[in-house]
Design a protein around this ligand. Structure first.
Ligand code: PMP
Length: 440
């Protein structure tokens, strides 16, 4: 629920929240043609409130009106003034602003040249659009079965109200499927945007985002990210992006006024990035060690993931922070004792397995230190007792039971000759399960 504020501006005056009503014959309510925009105001360290890129948002509102053939009765300057006044009059130091231009009541039918063009500006408090947790740990997104409108079906550069029926369908489908957000492809099958956000993909140090010829809204936050990234010397390419490029990305994030900058941790159940080390970094660890277990193929892949995650975040791997050892808790205990003698000691450890992590936690506690306060620990495997420990363990769940069940099914299909004659590869993606050992 939106919390009521005192006043809403409608067609030239501030009126009480409860009085800001329109007639049920309001044309835009029936046919969806209207234009709106949205911006956030933030209170900054100097104590003043600033609307983030107010002019650009109001310019886009007027561009949307132009595309929709709506002629607002007010100027850009007037709307900008009303936006800041809406915050002041409602005593808000931060919040969200929603100017909207719509067709009022009068005639019905598609063509209504004489109906009044109405304008409203509404201010309300809006927290993290996808939730605080989303900003911290990222969201799970799903490619939608709904495509974004083809550029000649609707005007994707216009922030038109009716456009959002497409977004709502996609969002509902994603939420009903247990995901946080939908990512829509365009009519040609290329990545377009989220239901209310632009999208960025990072791979091998380059940032990619769909170019403006794609069916996307020209996001103000998108422009800000591109500008700042380029000023920082990063390479940003505006180009077509394919669905599989999302799966192979090192990072994916969504941008928008409401969503701000929200990391995406999974697309279609495929984990983005290297779960364990990324998680430790997201929890504030910077000196991350790796107890890599025995030097075998599987541990080599984990080591590679650890290195790539550090590199992605601009952290240098410290040779003495990577130790080989055995599979069990005794190896974890001994390895951790050696790590604790290093100066500086690590503040996070990614362990080859849960037993190694359990040994590592014991060594940390025996040294009089605290998990995760002094050192955070992540294991791998999600063994069934990993949540019953003195310090419940954050771990990467590899879906071992699922792997066993699918393997048995495949075997049965082969034995009963119902399945494919050739071996089949099924990928069961890992998931990070967060518990106390990293919850700082
Ligand atoms: N795409 C869509 C469909 C949106 O609704 C939004 C939110 N306005 C965005 C992208 C991001 O635009 P902005 O950064 O200007 O809010």
């Amino acid at each position: 629920m939106v919390d009521k504020v005192k006043k809403i501006w409608l067609d030239g005056e501030f009126i009480d929240w409860d009085a800001a009503n329109v007639h049920v014959l309001t044309h835009s309510l029936h046919y969806g043609l209207a234009a709106f925009d949205g911006m956030r105001a933030y209170r900054r360290a100097d104590g003043n409130t600033y609307v983030f890129r107010l002019r650009e948002h109001v310019d886009r509102l007027f561009d949307s009106c132009k595309m929709c053939l709506l002629q607002p009765k007010f100027t850009r300057e007037q709307i900008m003034g009303v936006c800041t006044e809406a915050l002041r009059i409602n005593g808000m130091t931060d919040g969200y602003l929603r100017p909207m231009v719509f067709i009022g009541s009068g005639a019905m039918g598609i063509y209504v040249p004489t109906n009044p063009i109405q304008t409203a500006v509404i201010a309300w408090k809006w927290g993290a659009y996808l939730g605080e947790e989303a900003l911290k740990n990222g969201i799970r997104a799903k490619i939608s079965s709904f495509a974004r409108h083809h550029i000649n079906v609707s005007l994707s550069k216009a922030k038109m109200n009716g456009q959002y029926t497409n977004s709502i369908l996609a969002k509902r489908e994603a939420k009903f499927g247990g995901y946080d957000e939908a990512i829509l492809l365009d009519a040609n099958g290329y990545v377009s945007e989220g239901s209310g956000e632009n999208i960025f993909v990072v791979r091998k140090g380059v940032i990619y985002t769909p170019d403006l010829s794609c069916s996307i809204l020209e996001g103000v936050t998108r422009d800000t990210v591109i500008t700042l990234a380029r000023e920082m010397g990063l390479t940003v390419q505006e180009c077509r992006i394919t669905r599989d490029q999302l799966w192979l990305a090192d990072e994916v994030f969504l941008t928008g006024t409401a969503a701000e900058i929200t990391p995406v941790r999974e697309v279609d159940n495929r984990a983005i990035g290297r779960l364990a080390t990324d998680h430790l970094i997201a929890r504030g660890c910077r000196r991350i060690a790796h107890l890599r277990g025995p030097e075998i193929g599987i541990s080599a892949e984990r080591l590679e993931g650890y290195r790539r995650s550090l590199a992605k975040h601009g952290l240098r791997p410290h040779a003495s922070y990577v130790l080989s050892g055995g599979h069990g808790d005794d190896a974890g205990y001994e390895g951790m004792k050696r790590l604790l003698r290093l100066r500086p000691a690590p503040d996070g450890v990614f362990c080859y397995s849960d037993p190694v992590a359990i040994g590592a936690i014991k060594a940390i506690l025996d040294a009089g230190l605290k998990v995760p306060h002094d050192i955070s620990v992540v294991g791998a495997g999600n063994v069934h007792y990993s949540d019953l420990l003195a310090v419940p363990l954050t771990t990467v769940d590899q879906g071992t039971c699922q792997i066993g069940a699918r393997a048995a099914e495949l075997l049965l299909e082969r034995i009963t000759l119902k399945g494919p004659a050739r071996p089949k590869k099924i990928l069961i993606p890992p998931k990070l399960v967060e518990r106390e050992s990293t919850r700082r």
